[in-house]
Design a binder for this molecule. Structure first.
Ligand SMILES: CC(C)(COP(=O)(O)OP(=O)(O)OC[C@H]1O[C@@H](n2cnc3c(N)ncnc32)[C@H](O)[C@@H]1OP(=O)(O)O)[C@@H](O)C(=O)NCCC(=O)NCCS
Length: 142
């Protein structure tokens, strides 16, 4: 098992499909991956079995996306390994005086996984809810 910093769009869409997430064109996947910092766990046959990626504007805004471990490898510490890679990366980028706001959207029921790594659910006494909206090209709308 090893970790690489790249994944093909086909592998990426394959991982998304395995965990039941929505699909979109390979071209869109490729564009997103090109602009991400990637950690991909591979088994001894070089098969992608886990993924996490970070989007960073190189200022204070960071976003964690697509933390995935395929079901047959879940529960063996790989999700933790991916999160630790991300957290190490974040700490390495923090220059003196810098601060980052690192956000993510938890899948349903996965919030306590992220809480283990210090993330705090919204809304709470200090902040309002996180919000999102999907936009679709009508030609592709499900
Ligand atoms: C969420 C996910 C990445 C966890 O990966 P994993 O390899 O099974 O996690 P680990 O075995 O490394 O577990 C790490 C810790 O999180 C805990 N954990 C794992 N899954 C959890 C869950 N669904 N809810 C709460 N805690 C969870 C483990 O108990 C473990 O705790 P510990 O280290 O204190 O003992 C994996 O289940 C997954 O890919 N799910 C489908 C995709 C998904 O929903 N991803 C989250 C996207 S927002």
């Amino acid at each position: 098992m090893n970790i690489t910093n790249s994944i093909t769009p086909e592998e990426y869409m394959g991982l998304r499909k395995i965990v039941g997430w929505n699909e979109f064109p390979l071209e869109e996947a490729e564009a997103g991956l090109k602009n991400s910092i990637i950690w991909c766990i591979r088994d001894d046959d070089d098969r992608a079995i886990g993924l996490a990626r970070v989007l960073w504007d190189h200022g204070y805004v960071m976003y964690i996306a697509d933390v995935i471990v395929i079901p047959e490898y879940q529960g063996r510490g790989l999700g933790r390994l991916l999160m630790e890679k991300i957290l190490d990366f974040i700490h390495e980028q923090l220059k003196p005086g810098y601060r980052f706001m690192v956000s993510l959207c938890s899948a349903k029921g996965k919030d306590s996984f992220y809480e283990k790594f210090g993330f705090v659910a919204r809304p709470n006494d200090d902040v309002g809810p996180g919000m999102h909206q999907w936009f679709y090209n009508e030609a592709n709308k499900e």
